[in-house]
Write a protein of this length. Structure first.
Length: 289
C-alpha cells in the first residue's frame, strides 16, 4: 500500500488535532499561541520541527489503521450489495416462473371450459336440465353437510323442543311444507343459528316472522313468533324472537327454513336441527311434563 495516503492522513489528523493553534515567527523565538492567549507557550528556536515530526510519527499508525478499517468496511458493504443483487435476481426469476405457471393454468382452464361448452351444446335440452338439476342438488347437499358439521351453528330454540321431519307435507292453498316445525312453549327464546343480519315482517300466513341473511350468503326464515328480539347485525346465539303461534299456526311452534346461497332455494332443514338441537323430547312426550 502506498505511504502517500498515510502521510496525507497523518497531516490531516495533525491539523485536526490542533484546530485552535496558530504559530507566529519572531526574530529570536517561536511562539505557540493556544486558544487561551494568557497561557502562551514559548519554545526555543533550536527545537525546530522535531516535536511536530515526533507527534506526526505517533499519529501515523493510527491513520493507517483507520484507513485499513475503512477498507474492510467498504469491502463488507460491497459483499452485502452483491448478495442483495443476487437475491433480487433470484426473486425476479421465481416471480417469472410463477407467472408462467398461472398463465398455463388459465390457458388449460380455458381449454377445458371450451371443451365443456362444446359437449354441453351438443346435448339435448332435457339432458341439460338434468345436468343443471344434478349440479344444484350436489351444491345444496354440500351446504347442508357444511352446516351439520359446523361447530359454530346454534340450535334456533333456546329451550327444550321436539320436532319431526315433515318436509314436503301438504299445506293449505296447495302449498307444500318447506321447513321444519320446532315445537316449544310460548315465549321460549329463539336464537340466531349463525352470524348475520336480522329483519322482521308480518303477514297473514307466517304472522310475526324473521329473515336472517347469514355472513356467508345463506338465508334463514322463521315464522309464528309471539314477539321480536334483536334486529340488525347479530351473532350466533343472540335472541332474535320468542316462540308463539301468530299467523295461521296450529299450536305454538317455530316454522324454520334454510336456503343455501340465498332466498328462493329452500332445502330440508331437518338434518341441521337434528344434529344441533340436542335438548330434544320425544314426539309423544309433553314439554310440560
Amino acid at each position: 500500500m502506498s505511504r502517500l495516503p498515510g502521510l496525507v492522513g497523518a497531516s490531516v489528523a495533525l491539523l485536526l488535532a490542533l484546530p485552535s493553534t496558530a504559530v507566529a515567527q519572531v526574530s529570536e523565538r517561536s511562539v505557540v499561541f493556544t486558544s487561551d492567549p494568557s497561557r502562551a507557550l514559548v519554545i526555543e528556536r533550536d527545537a525546530g520541527l522535531l516535536p511536530l515530526i515526533e507527534a506526526a510519527s505517533d499519529v501515523l499508525p493510527l491513520a493507517v489503521a483507520g484507513l485499513a478499517e475503512a477498507e474492510t468496511r467498504y469491502r463488507s458493504m460491497a459483499r452485502l450489495l452483491a448478495s442483495a443483487r443476487s437475491r433480487q435476481r433470484s426473486a425476479a426469476a421465481a416471480l417469472l416462473q410463477v407467472n408462467r405457471m398461472v398463465a398455463d393454468i388459465v390457458r388449460d382452464a380455458d381449454r377445458m371450459r371450451s371443451t365443456y361448452d362444446d359437449v354441453f351444446d351438443g346435448l339435448s335440452e332435457t339432458s341439460r336440465r338434468q345436468l343443471r338439476r344434478g349440479a344444484h342438488t350436489r351444491s345444496n347437499r354440500s351446504a347442508v353437510v357444511r352446516q351439520i358439521t359446523s361447530a359454530d351453528w346454534v340450535c334456533p330454540i333456546g329451550a327444550r323442543t321436539k320436532f319431526r321431519d315433515t318436509w314436503g307435507a301438504p299445506r293449505s292453498g296447495g302449498r307444500s311444507h318447506e321447513g321444519v316445525d320446532l315445537v316449544g312453549k310460548r315465549h321460549d327464546p329463539l336464537l340466531a343459528p349463525v352470524d348475520g343480519v336480522v329483519s322482521y315482517r308480518w303477514d297473514s300466513v307466517g304472522g310475526r316472522s324473521f329473515d336472517l341473511v347469514a355472513a356467508d350468503g345463506d338465508y334463514y326464515y322463521g315464522a309464528h313468533l309471539s314477539a321480536y328480539g334483536r334486529e340488525g347485525e347479530v351473532e350466533a346465539g343472540d335472541v332474535i324472537g320468542y316462540m308463539g303461534d301468530s299467523g295461521n299456526a296450529q299450536g305454538v311452534h317455530l316454522h324454520f327454513e334454510y336456503h343455501p346461497g340465498g332466498a328462493q332455494n329452500a332445502v330440508n332443514p331437518y338434518p341441521l336441527v337434528d344434529a344441533h338441537c340436542t335438548d330434544r323430547a320425544g314426539s309423544n312426550v309433553s314439554l310440560y311434563d
